[in-house]
Design a protein around this ligand. Sequence first.
Ligand SMILES: Nc1ncnc2c1ncn2[C@@H]1O[C@H](COP(=O)(O)OP(=O)(O)OP(=O)(O)O)[C@@H](O)[C@H]1O
Ligand SMILES: [Mg+2]
Length: 347
Amino acid sequence: MAEVSVKNVTKKFGNFTALDDVSMEFPDGGFFALLGPSGSGKTTLLRTIAGFLFADSGSIHIGNKSVDLIPVEKREIGMMFQNYALFPNMTIADNVGFGLRVRKVSSDEERRRIGEALELVQLSTLGDRKPHQLSGGQRQRVALARAIVTNPRVLLLDEPLSALDKSLRVDMQVELKRIQHEIGITTIFVTHDQEEALTLSDKIGILREGRMIQSGPPRSVYNNPVDRFTAEFLGDANIVAENDGNGRLNVSGNPSIKIPKGAETASALAVRPESLSISATEPKQEGLSKVHGRLVQRMFAGAMSTCIVQCGSHTYKMVARDQDVPNLSEGENIWLSWKSAQTIVIP
Ligand SMILES: Nc1ncnc2c1ncn2[C@@H]1O[C@H](COP(=O)(O)OP(=O)(O)OP(=O)(O)O)[C@@H](O)[C@H]1O
Ligand SMILES: [Mg+2]
């Protein structure tokens, strides 16, 4: 059952349409990511689900009930805002307990639930400190504890990890997933980080200019993008053929790029950087698509290496484990190849 359903929601600010007929289902207990460029409507969608904004048309359901007429405080939602500012003069414990005091729970229960929430985010010993005495990652966890202390049904997180540096962010991703799993709460989070969305979530939704252009499990959206924007937004994509405007794919005079059956009238073909192989000599196996070009740049990045290859007017990006890139130098003529099954057809 969908814990949260967004049904044909449109939200305007004056003449500007921030959400345009958006629909998406968020099944019970799942972890969902909303992705999209800046200004695409991610925060607006989260705020509409929370009840801080009201849709002009369409409907939001939580559980099986419409919440369209239900105010924020009755929607049983925990929300962590994009700027999650803690109250600087309150202790950590008082920050976490804020939502409980608003709800006027007894002071015994308040103490117990603050204790539980702090334990969940592994900050039990720091309840008496003030926010400025914590690290960035610890403050982020306080904000998370504050969002879950009221036992909400749904957790909404707006770019919860964006203020953290890379290594701390990865630690917090693991932590966030652990906490979400432990309490089994339906979680919708907004991120700018495509990799974060792909690794963490059961399902992702991609917004562009207020429209939900694709949603589904990460692997299926990654492998079957509905359009070129999604293909290029979610990871890197090498566009290997484009429609010539007369309804036919143009492989730029390269007959070694195989057009999958039925894809002759697609708008484009693409291949992911990690699907490409590089070699000094022409690969001869049957069924490979291949292009000839010049290795422009080879970049070592620890476990993986990135190669930039120029093939006529096309620039290709390839990513592989360093040991899988043969001993090739910048400036050499090389071949890139890929299996036909790795060709992404953009409808
Ligand atoms: N209260 C408001 N009044 C007028 N326009 C608004 C208001 N809130 C948001 N907008 C506009 O709606 C659009 C979507 O905003 P939103 O905050 O949802 O974007 P976002 O996807 O969260 O972007 P970001 O990644 O930068 O946080 C933007 O163009 C924004 O300027
Ligand atoms: Mg936003």
